[in-house]
Ligand binder design. Sequence first.
Ligand code: SF4
Ligand code: SF4
Length: 188
Amino acid sequence: MIQYIKNIWAGLSSSFIGMKITWKHLFVKKVTIQYPDQRFTLPEKARNRLYLEMSKCNGCNSCAIACPVNCITVETIRVSPNDPQQEVHFNGKDRKLWVSRYEIDFAKCCYCGLCTAACPSDAINHTTEYEYSEYKRENLVYKFQTLTPEQVIEKERLLAEFRTQEKVCHPETDKKPADNKTADKTTE
Ligand code: SF4
Ligand code: SF4
């Protein structure tokens, strides 16, 4: 009988303790929000999804080299002097490379910001966008290049054509450095 009363008392007292905690938290400031109807204000330098301004990108590859998880892929084609579409880069210099492929795999990105620090033309920057979940992993690979596949083929053709012309007009420039060294030694 005594044990029975003790058990009732233990049950009641633990309920009172629980209710005391609940009531106490009714009057303190809330730390949660009703996402997605409400959102936190992001810090000024928050690092979220990256964005690339292709008009500023010169294809130097510095961002890909700086990336610690190899999630940036850059491929370029040298601009042929025969290319009718010569371009002046945003900094006033002639474009030397067409960016034929520029991809960022956001499934791998750790938002370290090293690519943005390495970019000499301020082409790649973090945005405030953080809601871009996908059902398929491959949809997280963002493609930024602006050249169409046909344009890439045409740029490659123009460059190959220019190199062939160079070989015909200046056959000596086609020698490999090793060949030149051998030639130098033979003449000594
Ligand atoms: S933020 Fe970091 S991990 Fe993401 S692409 Fe840039 S260098 Fe790579
Ligand atoms: S470092 Fe900047 S300019 Fe160079 S390839 Fe990357 S985004 Fe383009």
